[in-house]
Structures are given as structure tokens and as C-alpha cells.
Design a protein around this ligand. Structure first.
Ligand code: PLP
Length: 817
């Protein structure tokens, strides 16, 4: 949303190849590209972008929601069905979006910084925002909006109320940067650093660096490490920094002082010290990049020094946890501003498990906007995102009370809220906490979120989404996707994961038992759900909750049939399971005739899908067997389809078959472990992201003497004087006893430490002799595919079992960046 006025006619003139404008004077403020994230409907324009699914299919729902302007690429789209909407046609909608953004950019001549690099772009952007906020009204990219779609949306926020812009640009494929340069048109360029991400699309590192430098083609000034200077175009002025070589800013020394790093710098023959509140290598480099930028912008050293010392860590995470009184708490500690509020609200809207959606919001600081404009925007946003209840904290929000709906309460500060509000008034709701730093919302979160026992399983929802998209990209056109969320989504959670999958529009979910399906329905999941082990006693619940049973035997088929007859139900969806060689559950070839007879004579059920399961899809040595399973399945389906006279969805691929047996994808695939970042094809698969991290903290450290024994049965023995750490994870949490006595290991501050003695029910001990470990330090049990495989190996099992064994008392904390 920006406050520049465009009419649809003007936009059509800028980008349109052909248009049908029924309301040529419609005003447009907002660009939409994601049908799930809709706001400001009557002033928005939806770009139908090309993707795996034809996004034209979203037009009817958007029209119904009130969207009245569309840019689409299908020439013969039936616009007659949408008589009140304006339509613009272009062959390439992404290009049109970029063109519109480039035009918008050209209206402003305040300075714009463009940042690229492999790592640190978002941090440097956020820090520059913090550092420049006292002097400028800064507009910046929301979170990491740095892609071919993200950059135009970021630029669209430019507005005459601002007087400085900071935008980031990212790359995943060659030749993308020139397009981003043309949109951002930076006056000043910043290169953070060059690491390994996204190497796959590029021939080599040099090619990748050259591509990044496309962003700096027309800048007046470039800020980068001295080592990259030779890549710039000759006319570009540079401001360089270096640890080792001559440069405009030379970092001569760095020393650690408490939680700070003291940099000794030299600039224009003058030496000075700068203190930064970080000690890790990446933060130090990012802070130096900011320091160089401020020097180049001629900010004085004392001012820079004062501001850098106060920099704070940028947390980009949204955390989802269980709260008191059956609430879910979403904790967003990212800087507070309107665009990140919008992102957080969309996340809140993904989670449907509670009837009420509540926002606890503080004043928004450093927005660069006048209070009136800002809170008007916020109020509109809350309305369009259907927030039921607002708790507003801060004097500015209180000033603009009248903008907000009646179901809002206002408090001057956080303490006043905590004192005056009865926390028992929160009940069965999803609560988003979004506060500027100064308001210390951590106090609220501490009280609302359930106490998390020290051991947690952290679930990275972005990683899950990326894995999903990765497998989607491996599907043949038109193939549907069923996501397997049995056994608490392989240990990762239940409705939290299902809500994310629903939001990402998978076609089906599958669970093992009816009660898992019921829990999902109660949490607002409306997707079709297949139940793989429906017991006869659960048919009533299955029908009541609109779940779809897998039928694998005549016994099950006839009891379901009898039950449906008593309800006078017909055409109830079922899923027929065939046994083609797994030899677990399922009908066999010899049953075909009887199934056909049954289906022809009864209309209580309707076959929605027919499926089978591969016994060894990942293993080359069994490829002939897999081939025969696929052939049997295909033949059976063809016969059955011909005989019953209607078609059904056919599916046989599990995770590893999706890539190994693409021809066997039929109409749908069943994606299980791959969603969670594991594929049996490889123990370290760079295409997949680890979803789950199991971690705990050091509860106590003990100094022991040679000969001392540790734990039950005195099995652990100190072979020399040393130290042990006790951590609160034991076999009841899913850390098996077999990992005791030095078999298992964990990581503390990147050091591997081994178990000592027996694993107890709730705890175990680690030998930390000679290691740098303090009480309270974080302990990682696994956070990567290789570690998970290693543990599985030690237990002589597979990652599936390690994941699903993590007990439910280990709290799951979800995060989204
Ligand atoms: C669990 C399961 C899957 C998923 O298998 P992955 O190897 O985890 O992808 C597929 N189909 C059936 C019938 C299953 O039970």
C-alpha cells in the first residue's frame, strides 16, 4: 500500500497490451500476487503470475472477496463472469509487475541504497534502517523481499513521505540481477559478502560475482570489501574496507571485551575505536559494512560510534507456541512496522485452530509516517485481515482510538496492560504479539506462553514449505499431492503443520487413525483427509467429521457399506488400497472381480482414489521389483476403471519414488518424510532443508575426580579428573538408553560431547572435560540430516523412528522467518 494515486487506466497505459476497463477511474493502492494474502480489496490489483498451478483459478474467489482489478495472461479468460472487474492482459505478467514497479521508482529522487551479497543482506538492511532512522524517514524492503517478485512489491511501498530507501536484491538464477537493477535503480550499492548459497545456477564463483555486480551498474558509489573492487565498472566510485589490505576503512585489530567487540579502525589517516555489541564473525562483518556505509555518507565518527554500540540483533522469526487457557501464542520480535505486521497477520490467519484471532500491538516506531496516516493504515489492515480483538499498547495508539473497531482495548504501556488486564479473559484464541523493542513484549510472552520444559523440538516452517515446493517442482504437470501427516506429522506437530499445508494448497492429507483426522477437523482443516487405518468402531466418527477411509479388505468394505446404508448415504468417498508386493494391507489381483461386482451393485461408496505402496522405491537393487509393483498397479487400475465406468485418482509414489520413479507419479503422489527434510536417496541432500532441531540446555555442571562414578548402576566412570554436564533429556523424551555409555553425542558451542553413564528417564549426563561449556548453554541433539542419520545409525534404525519417538512432552516450538 502506498499513498501515490494511480488509476487503473494509468496502469493499463503503463503495462497493458489490451484491457477491458469497466471502471476506468478505479484507484489502485495495493498490489496482490498471492491469493492467500489479500488486503485493501477495493483498491488492489491482482497479478496472475505464472507458476506450477494456473493462478487464473483464484480469480473467482478474489472477485468474491471484492478485488476488482486483475492483470492476467490468458487472452480468452471469461471476463464476462466478473462484470464489475477491470481486466488488463499482458503476455508476461511478471514482467508487467516489474515494469510497473520501475515506473513507480522513477517518481522519486531521494537516495536509494541497493544491497546484495550471499549472506547478510537482510541484517545489513535492517541495521542501516536502525542507524539512519534518526536522520531520515527510511523506506525499506519488508523482511527479505529480495526476489523477482519481492523487489517490485518492496519498491511499491515508496512514497513521498519518505526521504531515503534501502532495498535488498537476491539471486537464484543467472540473469536476474539486471532486472532487479532496473527496478531498484540504486544510487549507492552495497555488497555484503560472497559465500556459497545458490551456487547451483552459476558456472563458477566469478560468474556469480559478476552477476551480482549488475546491481551496481549505474551507482554513484559502491561500498564493499577491498577484495571485490576489481569487479566494478571503471566509472563507479568505491568506498572499500578490509582487515588485511590498504582500503578506505582499514580494520587493524579486533578484541573481545565482555559481550562486545572492539574494532580498531583507520580512516583518512585517523585511528579510532568502535564498539559493537556482537562477537560472532558474521555480525562483525555486517557491522563493518554498516560502519563503512555511514562513513561514506559522511556521518561523523562520534555519532556512528554511539549508534553502532546500540545496534540490536535482528530476529526474523515468528514463533508459534502453546499458551495458557488453550491459546496459541505467536511471538514476533522482528522490528515493528506495517509490512512486517502484515506478514505476521497472514501467518496468524494460516492457523485456524481457534475461533478468535487476537492482536496485541504496540505503537509502531520510526515508521517515517505521520501518526494519522500510519494508524489509519494499521486499522484498515486489521479490518481486512479479520482480526477479532485488538489490545493496543502505547500512547500513540491510544491517541488514534477512534480508528479502531469497538472490540479494542487501549493501554498506555506494557506494565499497565499486565496490571489491569485479567489474563483469564484469554481463552481458546490465537494471539499475535507484535511489539516494538522498547515495549518489552517479552514480559507478556513469558506469562502467556506455557512454560517450556528445557528440551524442545524446534520446527522450521520455512524449511517445510521449501521442501514442499521442492517436491512440487519435481511433479509432472497436473499431478496432485497428498501430504502424509500421520504420527503427529512424523513427530513435528499436528494442526500447526496441517494448517501450513492447507495454506500452501496441497490436495490431500493422510493420517493413520480417525482420531488424528478428527483433531485436524477441530483445528479448522477443511482439506480432504484420508484415514489409513479406519477401525470399524470409528466409522461413525469418520462420517461425522467428513473423513475418507482407506478400504483394504472385504470385511471393512462391507461393514462400511452396512453402516452407510443405515444412514441412507450414497457415494461416500473411499480409497482402495491394493497390495502389489508390500504384503501389508490391501486387496490383491484375485479380488478384482469381487470388487467390481460390489461396486456395480452398490452405490453407498464411491472410489475416490486407488493406491498401492512401494516396498523399496529407494533401493536400486530392488528396481525390478519396484517396476513390477508399478506394472501390476497400472494394470489393476486400468481394468477396474474400464469395468466400473468412472475414473478415480491413482497413486503409488512415496517420497523417494517421486524423484526416482517420475513415470509412476500417476495422478497423485504421497509425500511423507521428504516434507520433513529427509529422502532415503541421500544422507545429506542439499535440495532439502532440515525441519526439526532437537535441543536442550545444560542444567548443571559438576567437577569430578578420577575414579568418581556417574548415574544409575555407577556405570559411568571418570578416567581422569574432569567435568560433566547434566541435561534434561532422557529416554522418556525419546532419547533412548542405547545412546548412553558414550555411544551418543550432542553438541555444545559447536563442540561434540559424549554421553557418560546410563541415560535416565528424564535426564542424562555428558562428559565435558576440557570443553568450553557453561550452565545454561544450548545443547543440540540434532539439527541436520547427517546428525539425524548418525543417531539413527547408532540405534540401528532409520530417521523415521528417531523423529516419531520424540515424546509429546517435548514441546514443539514452530518458527517462521
Ligand atoms: C507413510 C506412508 C507414505 C509416506 O512414505 P515416505 O517414505 O515417508 O514418503 C506413503 N504411503 C503410505 C501408504 C504410507 O503409509
Amino acid at each position: 500500500m502506498n499513498s501515490e494515486i494511480y488509476s487503473i487506466q494509468e496502469i493499463a497505459g503503463l503495462i497493458g497490451e489490451q484491457s477491458v476497463l469497466v471502471h476506468p477511474n478505479q484507484t489502485i493502492h495495493t498490489i496482490l500476487t498471492d491469493s492467500r494474502k489479500v488486503s485493501d480489496v477495493s483498491y488492489s490489483i491482482f497479478f496472475v503470475l505464472k507458476g506450477r498451478k494456473d493462478a487464473h483459478q483464484f480469480i473467482p474467489a478474489l472477485y468474491k472477496a471484492g478485488v476488482r482489478a486483475f492483470v492476467c495472461y490468458q487472452k480468452d479468460y471469461p471476463i464476462k463472469d466478473f462484470p464489475e472487474a477491470n481486466f488488463i492482459y499482458v503476455a508476461d505478467t511478471l514482467n508487467a509487475l516489474q515494469q510497473l514497479a520501475a515506473h513507480h521508482r522513477s517518481k522519486f529522487n531521494y537516495p536509494v541504497i541497493g544491497i546484495t551479497g550471499s549472506n547478510g543482506k537482510t541484517i545489513v538492511k535492517e541495521w542501516l534502517f536502525q542507524l539512519l532512522a534518526p536522520d531520515y524517514h527510511v523506506v525499506r524492503s519488508p523482511k527479505s523481499y529480495n526476489s523477482q517478485i519481492g523487489v517490485p512489491l518492496a519498491i511499491w511501498q515508496m512514497d513521498k513521505q519518505f526521504d531515503f530507501g534501502v532495498f535488498e536484491a537476491g539471486l537464484s538464477l543467472p540473469h536476474e540481477m539486471a532486472k532487479l537493477q532496473n527496478i531498484i535503480k540504486p544510487d549507492i550499492g552495497i555488497l555484503t559478502n560472497i559465500g556459497s548459497p545458490h551456487d547451483e545456477g552459476f558456472k563458477n564463483r566469478t560468474e556469480k560475482i559478476k552477476e551480482k555486480f549488475e546491481l551496481f551498474r549505474e551507482v554513484k558509489l559502491l561500498i564493499c570489501n577491498q577484495e571485490y573492487v576489481s569487479f566494478r565498472a571503471p566509472q563507479v566510485n568505491v568506498f572499500t574496507w578490509s582487515f588485511t589490505q590498504d582500503a578506505d576503512l582499514r580494520i587493524k585489530n579486533q578484541t573481545l571485551v565482555d559481550q562486545y567487540t572492539l574494532l580498531t579502525c583507520s580512516y583518512q589517516q585517523e585511528d579510532f575505536n568502535i564498539k559493537i555489541p556482537f562477537t560472532d564473525k558474521a555480525s562483525i562483518e555486517n557491522a563493518i559494512t554498516c560502519l563503512a556505509t555511514l562513513l561514506a555518507l559522511k556521518v561523523s565518527i562520534p555519532v556512528i560510534s554511539a549508534r553502532l554500540e546500540k545496534l540490536h540483533q535482528v530476529k526474523m522469526r515468528l514463533e508459534l507456541k502453546s499458551g495458557i487457557n488453550q491459546t496459541s501464542i505467536i511471538d514476533d520480535s522482528y522490528n515493528s512496522d506495517v509490512s512486517s505486521l502484515e506478514i505476521a497477520l497472514d501467518f496468524l490467519n494460516q492457523q485456524n485452530q481457534h475461533p478468535v484471532k487476537t492482536l496485541i500491538l504496540s505503537d509502531i516506531q520510526q515508521s517515517g509516517l505521520k501518526g494519522e496516516v500510519l494508524y489509519n493504515k494499521v486499522a484498515k489492515l486489521l479490518k481486512s485481515k479479520n482480526i477479532n480483538k485488538l489490545i493496543a499498547i502505547g500512547p500513540q495508539l491510544s491517541n488514534f482510538k477512534n480508528f479502531f473497531s469497538t472490540n479494542s482495548q487501549f493501554f498506555l504501556d506494557t506494565d499497565a496492560f499486565l496490571k489491569q488486564y485479567n489474563l483469564d479473559d484469554f481463552n481458546n484464541e490465537a494471539i499475535l504479539l507484535k511489539g516494538a523493542r522498547q515495549f518489552e513484549f517479552e514480559k507478556i510472552s513469558k506469562i502467556l506462553a506455557q512454560k517450556v520444559h528445557e528440551t524442545i523440538l524446534e520446527i522450521n516452517l520455512n524449511a517445510l514449505e521449501q521442501n514442499l515446493n521442492y517436491y512440487k517442482s519435481k511433479l509432472q504437470p497436473g499431478v496432485k499431492l497428498m501430504a502424509m501427516v500421520k504420527a503427529f506429522a512424523y513427530g513435528s506437530g499436528s494442526y500447526e503443520i496441517a494448517n501450513l499445508l492447507q495454506y500452501n494448497k496441497v490436495d490431500y492429507l493422510a493420517v493413520a487413525y480417525a482420531d488424528e483426522g478428527i483433531a485436524l477437523r477441530q483445528a479448522g482443516i477443511t482439506l480432504p483427509i484420508m484415514v489409513m487405518s479406519p477401525e470399524v468402531s470409528s466409522f461413525e466418527a469418520i462420517v461425522k467429521y467428513n473423513l475418507e477411509p482407506e478400504i483394504f479388505s472385504f470385511t471393512a468394505l462391507s461393514s462400511l457399506h452396512q453402516y452407510l446404508k443405515t444412514l441412507h448415504k450414497t457415494q461416500y468417498p473411499i480409497h482402495l488400497k491394493l497390495d502389489t508386493g508390500m504384503h501389508r494391507l490391501g486387496f490383491e489381483e484375485k479380488d478384482l472381480a469381487a470388487i467390481r461386482t460390489f461396486l456395480l451393485n452398490n452405490d453407498t461408496v464411491k472410489v475416490k482414489t486407488v493406491f498401492s505402496h512401494l516396498a523399496a522405491s529407494e533401493a536400486t537393487q530392488h528396481d525390478d521389483y519396484t517396476k513390477s509393483q508399478i506394472q501390476k498397479f497400472d494394470a489393476f487400475c486400468q481394468d477396474l476403471e474400464a469395468e466400473i465406468g468412472y475414473t478415480f485418482i491413482k497413486h503409488i509414489c512415496n517420497t523417494s519414488a517421486i524423484r526416482r520413479w517420475p513415470k509412476a507419479q500417476f495422478d497423485m503422489v504421497r509425500l511423507g518424510i521428504g516434507l520433513y527434510g529427509i529422502d532415503n536417496l541421500s544422507k545429506d541432500d542439499a535440495s532439502l532443508y532440515q525441519v526439526a532441531t532437537l535441543k536442550t540446555t545444560v542444567s548443571q555442571i559438576k567437577e569430578l575426580k578420577k575414579g568418581d562414578t556417574i548415574g544409575y548402576g555407577r556405570v559411568g566412570l571418570m578416567e581422569q579428573d574432569g567435568k560433566i554436564a547434566t541435561v534434561k533429556i532422557g529416554y522418556a523424551d525419546g532419547y533412548p538408553r542405547a545412546l548412553g555409555k558414550g555411544v551418543g553425542s550432542m553438541f555444545i558451542n559447536n563442540q561434540e560431547v559424549f554421553t557418560i553413564g546410563n541415560i535416565c528417564m528424564d535426564m542424562c549426563m555428558l562428559d565435558i572435560t576440557g570443553k568450553d561449556v557453561k550452565e545454561g548453554d544450548e545443547v543440540i541433539i540434532f539439527d541436520s540430516q547427517p546428525l539425524l542419520y548418525k543417531i539413527a545409525g547408532q540405534l540401528q534404525t532409520i530417521p523415521y523412528e528417531v523423529l516419531t519417538n520424540i515424546s509429546q512432552r517435548v514441546k514443539r516450538v514452530y518458527y517462521y522467518e
